[in-house]
Ligand binder design. Sequence first.
Ligand SMILES: CC(C)(COP(=O)(O)OP(=O)(O)OC[C@H]1O[C@@H](n2cnc3c(N)ncnc32)[C@H](O)[C@@H]1OP(=O)(O)O)[C@@H](O)C(=O)NCCC(=O)NCCS
Length: 178
Amino acid sequence: MDAAACLDVLALDQPPAAWVDAAHRLLAELVRGGAALGWVDPPSHEEVALLLTDVAAQVQAGDAALRVAVLEGRLVGLGYWTRYARPTHRPHADLEKVAVDPAAQGRGVGRALVSALVADARAADIEVLTLDARGDNANALHLYRNLGFTEYGRLPDFVAVGERRYDKVFCMLDLRRS
Ligand SMILES: CC(C)(COP(=O)(O)OP(=O)(O)OC[C@H]1O[C@@H](n2cnc3c(N)ncnc32)[C@H](O)[C@@H]1OP(=O)(O)O)[C@@H](O)C(=O)NCCC(=O)NCCS
């Protein structure tokens, strides 16, 4: 089924408590299932709440965008970008934690989220939007490539999950040229 018709992708500057709870459940479930989101173990509620509070503060300062995907009133996805802190990197931002509920995957939610975040970056005059992904994350890499991101490098066998090692793949979208 195509979710696009009844999907809302909302920009947030202060996530309500109920959505912080839902975001925690979503991220913890994905990481428990092995998703490549930067955590080895599922994040605690406190960790997710602190992360979203930090991102929300950056949104309010004009240095980030946070989007949630809502399907039939339920939070089924999220993602954000934050502007680089380093003074020489300030025109650019990094996309992180794009995550879609496993039950809603493959229905266009990820595409809608990332497209909205790219539009937000354009509206904020971000010049280059970067991201990194684990080399085996075929669905994510497929999605990013389809939206115009190109790979600009990789660190072989860099991401450590227990004894396993995966490439870290760096991608970029140059909004000055696209
Ligand atoms: C990566 C992720 C965000 C994609 O979200 P999604 O809602 O499933 O993606 P979409 O339905 O919008 O699909 C986007 C593209 O990926 C493809 N895709 C998505 N899931 C797929 C699957 N299970 N099998 C094959 N292709 C898939 C779709 O076919 C689509 O391709 P198209 O544009 O050519 O039609 C989602 O799989 C996810 O949350 N994964 C776990 C967390 C994660 O890895 N995040 C990224 C960190 S870098």
